[in-house]
Design a protein around this ligand. Sequence first.
Ligand code: NAD
Length: 285
Amino acid sequence: MSQLLDGKTLAEGILQDVQQQAKHLIRHRLQPHLAVLVATNDEAARYYVRLIQKTATKVGVKVDIVDMPASSTQTHLAQQLSELAEDTQVHGIILQTPLPAAVNADELRSLIPPAKDVDGANPLSAGRLVSGLEAFSPATPEAIMEILEYYKIPISGQHAVVIGRSRVVGKPLAHLLLAKDATVTICHSRSTTVKSLASQADILIAAAGRPGLVTGDFVKEGATVVDVGTTVDTNGRLQGDVEATSVSQKAGGLTPVPGGVGPVTTATVLKHTIEAASTSLKGTS
Ligand code: NAD
């Protein structure tokens, strides 16, 4: 049986640090503050945002959910983002997806100043990440790297196969793995040999949003498998992309769903908010 790569313990450690630093900032009359702009009725997205708020409140970070109608126009969302960008009391901004279908998402993301872009959404942040320059990385890929590091999984020289090429998970993760000297293969919905590529991986990351996609025959004996998938099934339960029973027979380590990448992602967003708030404090001293 594979080792359970639990994310909850790691997340608790990150949150303890966040709490310490939030206390320090509050002593300096600075309340770390994250604004999350939501313009969707998507239940999973709304649940995720409430979870961030609940976790943040426990560790001294203020989270405002800026609730906009799912029918919001580009102009309304842009105006709201510009106000948050200028608000010196707000240190981090997240533009929650999904967004209304008619808006230009990249134009909106570009309105988040890089210094407040705690989920690495602005194309500028993405470009800086690819260039190896300082920037906030999207929280989920950073959380995956934290998990690999925490469990001392070798990365340098290892073959990492990432299933999924989205801007929030697959692509930035591939760059973070490259920066740690992994050999990286990215698979996506048009890839024709996903199983064969996956079965060559030392580190296999499943981020397709397809429950049960990765079965035991996708996995090399002893490989580390990270399950990013979080699909809400008809019973309201979270399903990963990995079929845990067959995969755990072969993998050396496997992250659970729930309790793997998710809690570390939330903790990472709050860590970034503290970093953004600390930078703004330095700017005023
Ligand atoms: P997305 O839909 O934007 O991207 C999915 C990617 O998977 C695409 O690049 C697509 O080409 C690829 N894909 C789809 N089917 C495939 C298949 N059969 N074979 C190979 N590739 C395939 O999704 P996303 O935003 O990247 O999220 C992926 C999953 O991760 C979702 O389940 C999402 O809910 C979850 N997620 C979890 C967290 C977390 O904190 N745990 C955070 C973000 C996303």
